[in-house]
Design a protein around this ligand. Sequence first.
Ligand code: CP
Ligand code: NVA
Length: 307
Amino acid sequence: MTRHFIAIEQLGEVDLATIYDRAVSPFDDETLKGQGVALVFERPSLRTRASSSSAVHELGGYTTFFSDEEIGLDSRESAEDVGRTLGEMYAIAALRVRHHTVFDRMRHATSERMSLINLLSDEAHPTQAVADVLTLAEHFGGGDVRQLAGLEVAYVGDATNVTRSLAVALLRLGVNVNVGAPAQYQLTPGGAEDPADVIGGGVLRLTDSPHDAVKNVDVIYTDAWVSMGKEDETSLRRGQLAGFRVDRALMNEARKEAVLLHCLPAHRGDEIADEVLDGPNSLVWRQVFHRRSAMIGVLRWIKEENE
Ligand code: CP
Ligand code: NVA
């Protein structure tokens, strides 16, 4: 059966464990030898495009990049027809989309013939979550994701697509997750990647206090206050989220050795202070490093089943 990587929520335990394993196990294989992967970006990207391109190349394949200006998903032609077209030439398409529903539409339009990878949607950012788990496993678990159970992680700020995939991935590993956000920016039920759906594993706690969220945690994570597509709300969000900036004072309320994660790009002076982002407890560049490993894990997992 064709494998897709669209939301952490949809993956079984064995699949997730395989992805984490394949991400870091030595790869001298040429899993994608001579094969193309279509990269479709409806929104800007640095890390995701770089890590996807280099991961495919590392596995012997090549990528073709399509920007929104060229393709015009649902403006130049329908997402279904874009999917059908790509499906005639590529076995795998990786997409950054405005609307998560595009994935289901393309799956149906192509009769599941082409594997789809979610490179960020309005609801989920699962390749980022894999990289975040690998980063934490490297720091806290000697590289073993199973050692993360019992860790305390606080997410502070706007609860975004990144928050949702991160929380699902961590809860499933037995990590406890606090989300500190003003009520209107807090996680909402439903959607493609709902942490409330995780049964068992870690405990999810929602609070409107950044201070309660970070008390005694091992990790503080934050993301943009103004996600892509929300630019019109910039000044409103800056006002409403001002008390949720991760700075040294907030870090000092966590455990002494607590580390900082941020998916990047960072908006220095908004959600994150320089002193923390550039400080000794910042793991943000290890997260960037693991973006490529995460893609390698996902691609190898997809190819194992498709072969
Ligand atoms: N973290 C992340 O996805 O970065 P880009 O938007 O630059 O790809
Ligand atoms: N929440 C951010 C993540 C960027 C990687 C956004 O959607 O813009």
